[in-house]
Design a protein. Structure first.
Lengths: 747, 255
């Protein structure tokens, strides 16, 4: 136990605020803290809008940085991943401690939830051990007060030898004081560290820690973190052992050998692993400090949060409430989002129409096509997801910030566990029925990479909204009214079943590993702040626009080029369409005619135009690709037209419908005018082929936007390509089986 | 530690010496790789330990060379080995337990027990076996019978006692862990228990300790999820949920 009388009461003499010490350029500040401690809120309060979100190199852990100014001193703030401890067992913890050791920030602010002090102090004890210059922010101090905690801040501060500031993050209270202390500690980190206390491990273990720390210092492997290394060696932390090796080479061997001996000694005395014994002691140290400085003034057995949970996670009500909430989130998002999506579509059409009519006729027709069919369509294709992303993420952020998301995982874990997934995988999979893009982005809430990747890979099998136009064309074309609903249900079910199978297969092959054990905090329910929600939503939307958007735009232009080149020059068509059109035109103007005749002639004109368009398409790379794929696609019952349709549908599944319209020389089919296409399909294909089209549309390569997001979220093209080819192969095999077997019965 | 000499060898050191001696007898030489395999530990751990042994002059060791016990090391190793064999014999022949149990028990005993007591114990074993051979004493078999009967009675008694107490939160005595029947998974909602120990075998167990489930921590079970799996507990003033599988690794006792 630390002796308060021996420590310096306040590591930094209170200098006047306006004379912030000059630390020579930017002061680097790292924010550490438990998840749910309000760390993000404090980060936002400190940095405002001056933020930058990226990834730590090589891993998909978010790296947030920002800057702030305090009395002329500019600060560079790094938001470390939220962690409960500093072991080597999770990427987040390894990253946090690597940043702390490698970048050695001038000051570390540990943000604690004051109403959950004991567990939050656990990380603080390790930061003290690490020997970083520390300031503690006792956040949510208002909540702690209402829950009856009376914390003697001055006393605790002396016990730990660390400045403590009480804050209320979402109200911005205490932030300036926090910065003031941080700047002072950062000005003279060495004396701050000297004043800090750390857990004493007792007469059995403490001498070992000191002996090892002594050895580390002797070998010259780092004065500052000597105690940390000593403790970590006793805990048999291999990462730290490796680090020690790189710092002091051969000398490390002897120190490590000694550490092994001491560790075994500890283990033989306590009959438990050294790691557990040390953790025990740390909590003992914390309990000691808390008994002396924290008093409970009210004895409230059930907080409001507990009462809410009596309903929300109730044995009988929990599931129905969850189902209702999910349904509400889903339907609200798409009910509010779809009109916006439609108006983006309308806006895109209007812009395209305006540009093409304003375009000087016969001037740069290729450029016009690029602008109208490539650029405008591409930008539209990017923007079309924005309303849904914004709304879904607003809903998710709300569920997350209130604390319900943890409950949802708690409720669903049993079920998802059976699929080899984590309880939290449920939400992304559900969103997948709306759109795979936000669904894949929602996998961020999953903690382990294995769970995230598995979920990302299977999400496209949840039949998304863009497949609906395809089903809407196929179902009425081939199936009687009473058969349509069951068929649609069948398609959705096949998707879900395949997702389950695929998840299981991935968990025993590429993403093999133990099921993620379920250990999760259920934080108290909180009212989210608008600012927190909006920041959340903005970050994700911006990320999507910046990273995925560029890929989607580029891909759309590539597909445009593929369905435009090579161009069939005039005179190279099989018929002279111009001449045919001219003939009709002449008939029309030659003599006065009635309306019916005029309409008939107009239809002829359109037919000629459409036929020409169809022939032009069949000559392009896209058309040729369709022809080239015919031998491969024939066993699935697909001819070159369907093959071309699917290739062109890569940017977005619903393009299939429009493209089939072009191929069947019906012009671009809009959703309101589908009967002629349905008639054509009905005339040319069997219901079995119709079903196979739906099946293939469901399973095959997800749209480019999904691939782009998968690439972005998984951090490598590898997984995006695997998703592309893997799902296409799966689609091929399944459709092949269904068609070939089906043919035996249907003939 | 090792420099203090034979009397004070750590358990690991003894294991290493034993392994090296066994290898020398069986194949004529010992290599780090074989030692690692035999003890089921990593190569780096072996090399660390060998450095330590070399420093204590128990083995001759240069990286990438054969490993040889020094005279001092051999003496220590033989001592360990002899003790092991004697203890094992005591457990099988006198206590009437099976070979595997005996092997494990001998391993644990030989490193922990006071040398004087150990000596007496092995002497007792030798004495009993010697007298038994002389007068064909049937009492040793009777002793084994007695032990079985007594333990069965004791088991029944504990069960009855548990029933009588009718502790509200004992769901069922899950006997897959015979040493300590009660784990966190057995506690019913509303029950409050004290943590005896977390098995510590897996990364998750250690995570649980980080989350505050340390020895003697008071834990109350709040509820079980609707589908029956994760349980919600309250520890150190906050709520934590964990899978039943993880809860099974936490040994608890009633408060």
């Amino acid at each position: 136990m630390a002796d308060p009388d021996n420590s310096r009461t306040d590591p930094q003499p209170a200098a006047p605020d306006d004379q912030a010490p000059d630390t020579g350029g930017k002061l680097s500040v790292a924010l550490a803290g438990n998840p749910n401690s309000g760390k993000t809120t404090i980060f936002n309060a400190i940095t405002g809008a001056r933020q930058h979100v990226g990834n730590y190199p090589g891993v998909t852990v978010e790296k947030k940085e920002g800057s702030a100014r305090y009395h002329g001193q500019s600060l560079h703030v790094i938001d470390l991943p939220g962690t409960y401890s500093l072991t080597a067992y999770s990427i987040e913890e390894v990253i946090a401690r690597n940043v702390l050791i490698d970048d050695s920030p001038d000051v570390v602010i540990d943000i604690l939830d004051s109403s959950n002090l004991e567990r939050n102090l656990y990380l603080a004890t390790q930061l003290l051990e690490l020997g970083v210059p520390l300031v503690l922010a006792f956040n949510m101090s208002d909540v702690a007060k209402t829950r009856g905690f009376d914390i003697n801040i001055d006393y605790l501060s002396r016990l730990l030898g660390v400045p403590i500031v009480q804050t209320v993050g979402h109200k911005g209270r205490g932030i300036r004081e926090l910065l003031r202390k941080a700047v002072h500690v950062g000005a003279d980190p060495d004396s701050a560290v000297d004043a800090q206390r750390y857990p004493d491990y007792g007469h059995e273990i403490e001498p070992h820690v000191q002996e090892l720390a002594g050895l580390v210092v002797e070998a010259g492997c780092g004065q500052r973190h000597a105690r940390w290394f000593a403790v970590k060696m006793l805990e048999n932390d291999e990462q730290s052992a490796k680090r020690l090796h790189t710092i002091c080479g051969d000398q490390a061997d002897a120190i490590l050998a000694r550490a092994t001996e001491l560790r075994e000694h500890i283990e033989s005395i306590f009959g438990d692993s050294a790691e557990i014994v040390l953790a025990d002691r740390r909590y003992g140290f914390i309990s000691g400090a808390c008994t002396e400085s924290v008093e409970m003034t009210v004895d409230r057995r059930h907080t409001i949060s507990d009462r809410i949970d009596m309903v929300m996670t109730n044995r009988w009500l929990g599931l129905p409430i969850f189902a209702v909430l999910m349904y509400a989130m889903f339907s609200l998002t798409f009910a509010l989002g779809n009109p916006l999506v439609d108006s983006i579509g309308d806006g895109q059409d209007w812009l395209a129409g305006t540009v093409s009519s304003a375009w000087p006729p016969l001037m740069f027709p290729l450029l016009k096509s690029l602008v109208v069919d490539g650029l405008i369509k591409g930008v539209g294709g990017v923007l079309v997801f924005v309303p849904v992303i914004v709304l879904l993420f607003l809903a998710i952020a709300f569920l997350e910030d209130t604390g319900y998301m943890a409950r949802a995982a708690f409720i669903m874990d049993r079920l998802m566990h059976k699929l080899g997934l984590h309880g939290k995988s449920f939400i992304p999979m559900l969103i997948g029925f709306g759109c795979s893009v936000p669904a894949i982005m929602a996998t961020r809430t999953l903690e382990t990479r294995r769970d995230r990747l598995t979920t990302m890979m299977v999400v496209p099998l949840m039949s998304c909204g863009a497949r609906m136009p395809i089903y809407a064309i196929i179902l009425p074309a081939f199936f009687s009214k009473s058969m349509r609903a069951p068929m649609l249900w069948l398609i959705y079910t096949i998707g879900i079943l395949l997702a389950i199978i695929l998840a299981k297969v991935l968990r025993v092959t590429l993403l093999r590993g133990k099921r993620t054990p379920f250990v999760m905090e259920l934080p108290p329910y909180r009212m989210p702040t608008l600012r927190g929600l909006l920041t959340h939503v903005w970050e994700r939307t911006w990320m999507y626009l910046r990273k995925a958007g560029t890929i989607i735009l580029a891909a759309t232009i590539v597909v445009w080029a593929m369905s435009t080149f090579p161009r069939t020059e005039r005179g190279h068509f099989s018929k002279d369409y111009d001449e045919l059109a001219a003939q009709v035109q002449r008939t029309r103007v030659a003599a006065p005619i009635d309306d019916a005749r005029a309409a008939e002639l107009d239809a002829q004109m359109a037919a000629i135009d459409n036929e020409q368009q169809a022939e032009r398409l069949s000559n392009t790379v896209m058309g040729r690709l369709g022809h080239l794929l015919t031998p491969v696609m024939e066993p699935l019952g697909f001819d070159w037209k369907i093959a071309t349709g699917f290739v062109s549908a890569l940017p977005a599944k619903e393009v299939f419908v429009a493209q089939m319209g072009v191929i069947y020389a019906l012009g671009e089919t809009s959703e309101d005018d589908t009967e002629s296409l349905q008639a054509q399909l009905h005339a040319n294909y069997t219901p079995l082929v119709g079903f196979c089209i739906m099946l293939y549309a469901l399973i095959s390569a997800p749209c480019i936007a999904t691939l782009a997001v998968t690439k972005r979220e998984s951090g490598s093209w590898r997984w995006a390509l695997l998703q592309f080819f893997g799902l296409t192969a799966l689609a091929y095999v399944v459709t092949l089986g269904v068609y070939q077997v089906g043919r035996l019965f249907v003939g | 530690m090792a420099k203090a000499g034979k009397a004070n060898l750590t358990r690991a050191t003894e294991d290493y010496l034993e392994a090296i001696l066994a290898l020398e007898c069986e194949v004529g030489f010992a290599r780090a790789r074989d030692i690692a395999e035999r003890l089921g530990v990593g190569r780096s751990a072996v090399s660390n330990a060998l450095h330590a042994l070399a420093r204590s002059a128990l083995v001759d060791y240069k990286p990438y060379r054969m490993i040889k016990l020094t005279a001092k090391g051999r003496q220590a190793a033989v001592g360990v080995r002899h003790r092991h064999a004697e203890l094992k014999a005591f457990v099988t022949d006198v206590l009437g337990l099976d070979e595997t149990t005996a092997d494990e028990a001998a391993c644990r005993l030989e490193h922990r027990i006071d040398p004087a007591v150990l000596q007496r114990l092995t002497d007792l074993g030798a004495f009993i076996l010697a007298t038994r051979a002389e007068d064909q004493a049937p009492w040793l078999d009777e002793f084994v019978q007695f032990c079985r009967a007594r333990n069965a009675a004791a088991d029944a008694a504990t069960e009855a006692a548990a029933d009588k107490r009718k502790t509200p939160h004992l769901e069922h005595q899950d006997m897959q862990n015979p040493e300590d029947a009660l784990t966190l998974a057995d506690v019913q909602p509303g029950g409050t228990v004290r943590v005896v120990r977390v098995s510590g075998a897996t990364k998750t167990d250690r995570r649980l300790v980080d989350m505050g489930l340390t020895r003697n921590a008071i834990v109350s079970v709040v509820r079980v999820a609707p589908l029956g799996d994760p349980v919600e507990i309250r520890v150190r003033g906050y709520n934590l949920s964990l899978g039943k599988e993880q809860a099974r690794g936490v040994l608890v006792e009633d408060v």
